[in-house]
Design a binder for this molecule. Sequence first.
Ligand code: F6P
Length: 464
Amino acid sequence: MTGEVHGIAARRAARQMIAVAGGPDLLIKTLGPARIESPLAALLDTRQTTEHHVDEGDRVLLDDTLSMVRARGGSVGELPSFEPAGPRRKIFFDPSKTRAGIVTCGGLCPGLNDVIRGLVRNLTNHYGVRRIVGFRNGYQGFIASYRYDVVDLTPESVRDINVDGGTVLGTSRGPQDPHEIVDCLERLGINILFVIGGDGTMRGAMQIANVIGERGTRITVLGVPKTIDNDIPYLDQSFGFQTAFARAAESIHAVTVEAKSTPHGVGLVKLMGRHSGFIACYAALARNDADVVLIPEVAFQLDGDGGLLHHVQRRVQDRGYAVVVVAEGAGQEISHSEQAPDDVPSDASGNTGLRDVGALLRRRFAEHFAAAGIEASIRFIDPSYAIRSVPANPYDSVYCVRLAQAAVHAAMSGRTEMVVGRWRRRFVHIPMAAAVSKRNQVDPHGDLWMSVLEATGQPVRFGD
Ligand code: F6P
């Protein structure tokens, strides 16, 4: 199957192939045939044969083990696969007549400014797109009643923005009327909209693309997925995640020093991670001195001989101190039964409110040690926004630049309703529908959680 798919028959055939292999629908939509010679075509002229190069007509396999491939059945050509990212010889948009827009939505994440900068520089320097605007404060920036100006973005205006965390465009949570958004795009003559955000943002982007489709307008909607929780599927890792967990590891170190330095010290760190405990797992492994890691994916009990409280007490008695790392979404059932009244509101993105597991654990540790006649010192750190408001580290900066480049190449070729990502170390195109179809979570039976269990020595589960 080639990277370019045009026409209903070709699309149906491709869908059938994907259905045979039993995988997700990974077909990428395009606005139409790409007929314009790309200014980057010369780059692709030399035939490349190294294992690091993926040709634009090749596909990147979804599965990477023999057993997964065998379980699919069918032939090699039927295996589910992604379209590779990268420059195409032919593009859809005429750069000199193209106008692009960029918006950032949702919570902060290290690297947002790197992505904005990368998009602007690649559009301008490589394709010669001269008109790029930024929309302020997320999807609100398109809505007339908010009265936000658009910002002209040039390589000069974005030159130093990656030095700072946050986003120069501002951000907000929550959907806005997709019809009003498309009205705004049409009014400004935008051909390409880059949307940087999480799953809620991508759902909003799909609604925008639907309205565009209904109106028969030729506007590309291209996503760069953003989440420090690393919970978007079909990505090796999301940008900013590495910076965030490195920062979180500093809090684990601080709390460990505190716990070690007091008699019967208990260090407790609460980290972000609403439904996915990746930050907690990676930060804990980075320091490799936590005694317990608690994540949303693995339920636990506090009381009883096999419960968390006794385990922490034993560690304190054996070693003098203990360190517990908890993801904010862990133990919600326990918090629920213990915290009344139960009025934790959802946020504007529709995320269910979380009960404060940090406060709960802190109180229960204090009560437990007091009841056991042990004078414990509980030290609690919640670094919260401090881990996501920082600039990207060099690793994430590189990742952001490459994602931005991939997004520009895809957009200029007329691809739409897709996000860019890295899968098994290859940059690929992922349909937005697939990117929001499920949540990436720590597998309680997978090797990451096994590493955490090995590193902490905690039991497989806290319970009876
Ligand atoms: O969705 C990412 C995230 O960082 C979560 O881990 C966290 O619960 C949430 O954002 C908090 O963001 P805000 O306070 O901006 O709504």
